[in-house]
Design a binder for this molecule. Structure first.
Ligand code: ZN
Length: 354
């Protein structure tokens, strides 16, 4: 017997890879009529991401502060997503634009929190903070005369675990596993917060409800992608450093627990999830050197997504922008593409520099 024949398969990843290679997602896009396929997969995905509250509680939004900014104004607010669950957020209004505003919902990933989006320190927002990798999303929006709603994601930033001792490096582990035991997922809960953020924008009266979008990087890209897939009120999306195949990213390289949706691969790959957004415009941003969402996987997933968009008659509305670096956002590469899409959307013009 050769050494290869006697080698034992002891690593769980070996078995899971074996299983993965034999798993054909049951609702993978195979050329069906797009809208009917989307209805089937969206219904399934809603179940997989876990339960949402049966009814929406009042938002009870209140202002914490309002400050002038060189690019406009920034207001800090808090609203109630569900009982015992409040969401801090910044509302950034560009000086050069008039209401109703085009709004981008901005989501940070595993960083110190949403303060990064406005380039301010978390503990003292009057002090500047230099956001690495173009992660000051709201500043990028205001520079282009787009309003921003920056939401703090569950278990990150100000919503990090502060009562129970958290031992995992990002603190999302406990929240994720508790959610699973309750029939939920952290992804589902974070998407719900985005939906409540849209409710909040509707309540303000200064948002153009036909021109709402979502963006985020890494863990913010995850939520942006699932929110786009599930929330019909979103008109455009710009997920960064997340779009890939599940097989080449989450199933091959370490990622923390809040990235996972139980059972999802039995039904869909990531391109299928993103395909639920077709024919609405999407700008996917990737890093050529991203070590945790490899570019080869992103390109492979993009080819499958193009197939869905083509079938929806909108292949020119899905874009892959590749920055020449690692796991980060690429503002100068991505925004010109998004601004062209915003100009095509109609309604109020989203004037802005490239
Ligand atoms: Zn995490």
């Amino acid at each position: 017997m050769s050494a290869a024949e006697t080698r034992l398969h002891l690593s769980p990843s070996e078995f899971h890879r074996h299983l993965l290679e034999r798993t054909v997602p049951k609702l993978r896009y195979e050329g069906d009529e797009v809208a009917a396929w989307q209805r089937r997969l969206r219904t399934r995905l809603c179940r997989l991401i876990g339960e949402w509250p049966a009814r929406r509680v009042p938002l009870r939004s209140r202002r914490l502060w309002l400050r002038p900014h060189p690019l406009g104004t920034i207001e800090k607010v808090v609203f109630t997503a569900e009982p015992h669950c409040e969401v801090p957020a910044y509302v950034c209004l560009p000086a050069g634009a008039e209401p109703p505003y085009t709004f981008m919902i901005c989501l940070q990933g595993h960083s110190t929190g949403m303060h990064v989006s406005i380039g301010a320190q978390r503990e003292d927002e009057t002090k500047p903070y230099t956001a690495p990798g173009d992660r000051d999303f709201a500043i990028g929006c205001m520079q282009r005369e787009i309003a921003a709603l920056c939401i703090e994601q569950r278990s990150l930033g100000e919503r990090r675990e502060q009562r129970q001792q958290a031992l995992s490096p990002h603190g999302c582990h406990d929240a994720t596993v508790q959610a699973l035991m309750l029939g939920r997922t952290l992804i589902g809960e974070r998407v719900y917060d985005v939906d409540r953020g849209i409710d909040y924008l509707a309540s303000r009266g200064d948002a153009d409800m036909n021109r709402l979008g979502v963006m985020g990087n890494s863990g913010g890209g995850t939520t942006a992608l699932f929110a786009a897939a599930l929330l019909k009120r979103l008109a455009f999306a710009m997920p960064s450093c997340y779009f890939c195949t599940f097989a080449d990213s989450l199933m091959s390289i370490y990622h923390c627990a809040d990235n996972y949706v139980p059972g999802l691969l039995q039904w869909a790959e990531m391109a299928d999830v993103m395909g639920l957004f077709a024919p609405r415009p999407v700008v996917l941003v990737a890093g050529a050197e991203d070590p945790i969402f490899p570019i080869a996987g992103a390109r492979k997933a993009y080819r499958q997504l193009q197939r869905i968009y083509r079938a929806a008659g909108a292949v020119d509305r899905c874009h892959l922008v590749v920055g020449q670096g690692g796991h980060r956002f690429y503002a100068e590469d991505a925004w010109p593409v998004m601004l062209e899409e915003l100009a095509r959307l109609g309604g109020k013009k989203g004037r802005g520099r490239n």
